[in-house]
Design a protein around this ligand. Sequence first.
Ligand SMILES: CC(C)(COP(=O)(O)OP(=O)(O)OC[C@H]1O[C@@H](n2cnc3c(N)ncnc32)[C@H](O)[C@@H]1OP(=O)(O)O)[C@@H](O)C(=O)NCCC(=O)NCCS
Length: 200
Amino acid sequence: MAREAGDIAWAMGLEPIYVARDEAELRAWCSSAKVILEQDVDQYAGMPFVIGIGENNIRRAVAERFKDSLTFTNLIHPSATFGCSQREVLEHCKGTIVAAGARFTSGIIVGDFCIFNQNTTIAHDCRVESYVHVAPGANLSGNVHLKQGCWVGAGAVINQGSNTEKRVVGENTTVGSGAVVINDCEAHAVYAGVPAKRIK
Ligand SMILES: CC(C)(COP(=O)(O)OP(=O)(O)OC[C@H]1O[C@@H](n2cnc3c(N)ncnc32)[C@H](O)[C@@H]1OP(=O)(O)O)[C@@H](O)C(=O)NCCC(=O)NCCS
């Protein structure tokens, strides 16, 4: 995910610097881009940061660790498209990453440190809380509410809720790749299949 976040930065005309947890991770880095050690990150504190970590709990832990020392920005790929006033909503987030081809229509509320991966589609009046990851090609139909820390797998579809009752995916719940969610999902659970059923 870090390399993918870096690719978005390049596409925005920025030159990313990557952060490795330790010497081993730094040595294993397979690109010519600049990499620094996490222990040296304070030297770059004036720069804007994102957390290119796909796993929600780890991203949240890193965000907490650096919340007072680093400034977090958003990365929005130039090919992402937005309905009326929706881009401004995204720009008010902190640490949120929007990958190539994502589409947001309108009336959507988004929290901090979310990831909207390639070609995700987020329809009208959705609410996405912080630390959510929507994997490539997933579709949130209108009036869906993703609670904090949930993960929507690649190509999954969350069917629409209504103006009065959103379709809710509970906190920290995972929806498997290719699932079609037609009912609300409980918190701290795993759902998969068509239609999606709780499997864990
Ligand atoms: C749903 C998921 C989270 C389950 O992972 P897990 O907890 O490790 O579960 P297991 O692999 O042990 O599978 C449990 C059961 O669910 C089934 N299953 C797993 N993933 C499934 C899926 N996406 N759709 C339908 N059934 C699925 C397995 O076949 C297995 O069935 P069985 O018990 O009858 O053998 C995972 O398979 C998944 O889909 N992850 C999302 C991947 C993704 O979108 N990646 C994008 C990266 S950016």
